[in-house]
Design a protein around this ligand. Structure first.
Ligand code: G6P
Ligand code: ZN
Length: 541
């Protein structure tokens, strides 16, 4: 073991999903090493501890995993559990940390951002509960990274991460595990695999687009091997270092191949996609796109059909910009419903306290308390379980759901790469106007209330201010505006439109058309086109 002298790098400040930078930034000598040592130091050292390590297969992942293994050994870790080949999806890593009672884990991923030498890489630390490090820990990592003057690394070459089994690495047990098995076994405890097998045996067809990212091996094992879906059900099933040039973000824009198939004449019954590290999902039926907010509501309404949730849900939670469709289900079931700021981390306290079992966000994230990350394939399997038990198509399930609860028409419009000063100016003017908005009429809609969302965590009392602007209209429509916290270039403005239709009439309109009054009223109040010069959003979901 040697202590290698080093000097701090600027900007090693992890966001909510760890430190994300261009891959070449991470490949600079000492950059990764500094950040990993700062992480080890910030969590009180790793001596005698058990850690989990894996990533989404993107470029530089294997090299990074080998470096981190040598550093964990030199820092005195007792055991390192690594996914074979350095692979673990984010939910599978969260599961392994919990199941093996590890002290924490390191996930190598930049989620849905493209991968490759000129794209993105990331490193994230998760805690013993399997969830992302809270802000106090990420702040301590950053602080440590700014004063670091050396790191510990075992001399010698890269350890073997390809052969399953336990070996010695400088006094540390390095255990290379099948990245899929434990996760797939967990899924078998939650869902009715016999019912889903019966569904596929009856000729039901699906397309799963793994977008050349980490869920490929998981989806092949679960869908094709354990559930009997025909070979070839999973496409883009091999994780590639650059995701084969795909942008592995499961939304209608980036998963366009799947969209085209599902909206085309030869569409299978069911379609799904997931992102780079496997925590996001998109759900489609034949000719039907299920918005993430609606998907959450349908899962909540039908959870009792799945063995893992047969006893009912403790409660549900959604991020503020996510539509209130799930609130109606919670109300009907008499269970708690929480509205949190954007970001999965806000669900952790509620789940740990046993207050909620199902959570979701409009940003294609859904999950439950089986792990402490959102979980793409879990959502796909839950849909399959529901489809199998109900014996209906996706379109029929959606129609029934809207008939029972009414429909929250919903759409998100994104304006990307805006100059930061323009976006800030527009929103600061809006902030100044909020209190004067109630009573104002535009495009036939009257503003009922307007505010900037703040959240008090009911478990630890912490307060998060400035979490997005809300304009509520009489009759229950609303628009939310916020700036993305995950963009890398300029500012991304997200505008979330929602309008409630109680039914029974008017439940099958096109969302853009159903929301057109609201879009016009928002333009009149906020002036997005005037400020940005953009006539249309870049992405619509
Ligand atoms: C990440 C987080 C999600 C969050 C999303 C919001 O994916 O894991 O929990 O919803 O970012 O991104 P945004 O760009 O809207 O801030
Ligand atoms: Zn992700």
């Amino acid at each position: 073991m040697t202590r290698t002298p080093t000097t701090p790098f600027e900007g090693q400040k992890p966001g909510t999903s760890g430190l994300r930078k261009k891959t070449r930034v991470f490949m600079q000598p000492n950059y990764l090493e500094n950040f990993v040592q700062a992480t080890f130091d910030a969590v009180g050292g790793v001596s005698g501890k058990t850690l989990v390590l894996g990533g989404d297969g993107r470029y530089f992942g294997r090299e990074a995993a080998a470096i981190i293994a040598r550093m964990a050994a030199a820092n005195g870790a007792a055991r390192l559990i690594v996914g074979q080949g350095g692979w673990l999806s984010t939910p599978a890593a969260s599961n392994l940390i919990r199941q093996r009672k590890a002290d924490g884990g390191i996930i190598l991923s930049a989620s849905h951002n493209p991968g490759g030498p000129d794209e993105d890489f990331g490193v994230k630390y998760n805690m013993a509960n399997g969830g992302p490090a809270p802000e106090a820990v990420t702040a301590a990592i950053h602080a440590r990274s700014q004063e670091i003057d050396g790191y510990l690394i075992l001399e010698g070459g890269a350890p073997d991460l390809e052969t399953q089994g336990t070996a010695d690495l400088g006094g540390m047990a390095i255990e290379v595990v099948d990245p899929v098995a434990a996760y797939a076994d967990l899924m078998e405890t939650l869902f009715d695999f016999d019912a889903i097998r019966g569904l596929f045996a009856s000729g039901f067809r699906m397309r799963m687009d793994s977008m050349n990212a980490i869920t490929g091996p998981y989806a092949v094992e679960l869908l094709e091997r354990r559930l009997g879906a025909p070979a070839g059900t999973v496409v883009h099933a091999t994780p590639l270092p650059d995701f084969g040039g795909m942008h592995p973000d499961p939304n209608p824009t980036w998963a366009h191949e799947l969209m085209a198939e599902m909206m085309g004449p030869a569409a299978p019954d069911f379609g799904a996609a997931s992102d780079g590290d496997g925590d996001r999902n998109m759900i489609l039926g034949r000719g039907v796109y299920v918005s993430p907010s609606d998907s959450l509501a349908v899962l909540a309404a039908n959870a009792h059909l799945c063995p893992g949730y047969a006893g009912g849900l403790k409660g549900v939670a959604r991020s503020m910009p996510t539509s209130a469709a799930v609130d109606r289900v919670a109300e009907a079931r008499g269970i708690e419903c929480h509205e949190t700021p954007t970001g999965w981390k806000f669900f952790g306290n509620l789940m740990d306290a046993g207050r909620v079992s199902l959570c979701g966000e409009e940003s294609f994230g859904t999950g439950s308390d089986h792990v402490r990350e959102k979980d793409g394939l879990w959502a796909v399997l839950m849909w399959l379980n529901i489809l199998a038990v109900r014996g209906q198509s996706v379109a029929e399930i959606m129609a029934d759901h809207w008939e029972e609860y009414g429909r929250n028409y919903y759409s998100r419009h994104d304006y990307e790469c805006l100059p930061n000063d323009i976006a800030d100016l527009m929103l600061s003017i809006l902030r100044g106007e909020l209190s004067g908005l109630p009573g104002r009429a535009e495009a036939g809609l009257v503003v009922a209330a307007a505010d900037e969302f703040a959240y008090t965590d009911p478990i630890d009392g912490s307060v998060s201010q400035g979490q997005g602007f809300r304009i509520l209209f009489e009759g229950g429509s609303r628009v939310v505006l916020r700036l993305s916290g995950t963009g890398t270039e300029g500012a991304t403005l997200r505008v979330y439109y929602e309008r409630y239709a109680p039914g029974p009439e008017g439940l099958d309109r096109d969302p853009q058309e159903a929301l057109s009054d609201l879009i016009r009223a928002t333009e009149a109040i906020v002036g997005i086109e005037g400020f940005t010069g953009r006539e249309d959003p870049d992405v619509i979901t």
